[in-house]
Design a protein around this ligand. Structure first.
Ligand SMILES: Cc1ncc(COP(=O)(O)O)c(C=O)c1O
Length: 325
């Protein structure tokens, strides 16, 4: 296939059965590899769809050089700068100052202006600062991923359909997913629940957070529990909440890299940690689906390698999380 631009190559990501990681477990874990998207995450899909939807509404005009403004931990920013380069927009991104510096550098290389928010004021510091910038610049167009229905709609129309096609017939017992904007758990979850009434949806959150009760603690599982119940989240599809410590997320991240050879980020590690926990205790032959949001490259500065040789052997790895605050 020859694509006319990088945005035409978004989506169509592979589904991988984690056969090695689950070798001793009675259930199968399937990983939807969203990190294989151009731009490296599931956010390429929603960034593109939010822009295309605003073009349809006449809010954005292709090639106009209008400014797109967005609070983002980095992944949505990557999707936006890619699409903006092709479609002709300027980009201003607001990122918490404790988020991946590698991502910030990369986004600047695409021509985006980066504004850092003070992470000490809370998990949603970037959202609050973006709202202030929007008030000063009413001509900027904020995509507002946590509020924009085009976000879950992308996952209903693309990600969920790809998953159903790849899984084929047969039951699907568990869907394990984190919550940032709530976009993918809502979009994928709604479609899967319609075709698989037997499905239990487990939402992953960092230990100490109680998202549904709006209790948030500071944590380093970037992309999850960003300090509010996102308006686009369909709370009704969540059957269970499951907490993961940073250490367990990183252990699962390293285990996936060492046994499956798949580079995954910390929030993906959190998903896999929960999926493994479920796999260890569920009915033999159960099928568990989870999502790989992005890859490890952006998080290497979070890993302080001590003795991690036991990761993947079932024993818990001794890993520390470096402090960047
Ligand atoms: C690395 C990472 N993981 C998970 C998520 C959560 O995805 P969603 O916004 O669809 O809830 C995000 C979203 O920002 C993310 O960047």
């Amino acid at each position: 296939v020859i694509y006319d631009s990088i945005i035409d190559a978004v989506g169509g990501t592979p589904l991988i059965r984690l056969a090695r990681l689950t070798a001793d477990l009675p259930a199968d874990i399937y990983l939807k590899l969203e990190s294989a998207n151009p731009g490296g995450s599931h956010k390429a899909r929603i960034a593109l769809n939010m822009i295309l939807t605003y073009e349809q509404y006449g809010v954005l005009s292709r090639g106009s050089g209008q400014t797109i403004l967005e609070p983002t931990g980095g992944n949505t920013g990557m999707g936006i700068v890619m699409a903006a380069a092709v479609l002709g927009y300027r980009v201003v991104l607001v990122i918490p100052d404790n988020y991946s510096r590698a991502k910030q550098r990369l986004l600047r290389s695409f021509g985006a202006e980066i504004v850092l928010s003070d992470s000490n004021i809370g998990n949603n510091s970037h959202g609050e600062l973006a709202a202030e910038i929007q008030a000063e610049h009413p001509e900027y167009v904020m995509l507002n991923q946590a509020f924009n229905p085009a976000n879950p709609e992308t996952h209903r129309r693309t990600t969920a359909i790809e998953i159903l096609e790849d899984l084929g017939p047969g039951p699907l017992d568990w869907f394990v997913a984190g919550i940032g904007t709530g976009g993918h758990i809502t979009g994928i979850g709604q479609v899967l629940k319609r075709s698989h009434p037997e499905l239990t949806i487990v939402a992953v959150q960092p230990a100490g957070c109680e998202l549904l009760h709006e209790k948030f603690v500071k944590h380093r599982i970037q992309g999850l529990a960003v300090g509010m119940i996102p308006p686009i989240l369909d709370v009704g599809i969540i059957d269970e909440m499951s907490c993961v410590t940073e250490e367990d997320a990183i252990e699962a991240m390293l285990a996936t890299m060492r046994t499956e050879g798949i580079s995954v980020g910390v929030s993906t590690g959190a998903n896999i940690a929960v999926a493994r926990r479920i796999a260890a205790g569920c009915r033999p032959g159960s099928r568990i689906l989870t999502i790989a949001y992005d890859s490890a490259a952006d998080y290497v500065d979070l890993l302080e390698d001590e003795d991690t040789t036991s990761a993947g052997d079932g024993a818990s790895a001794s890993v520390t999380v470096s402090s960047r605050d």
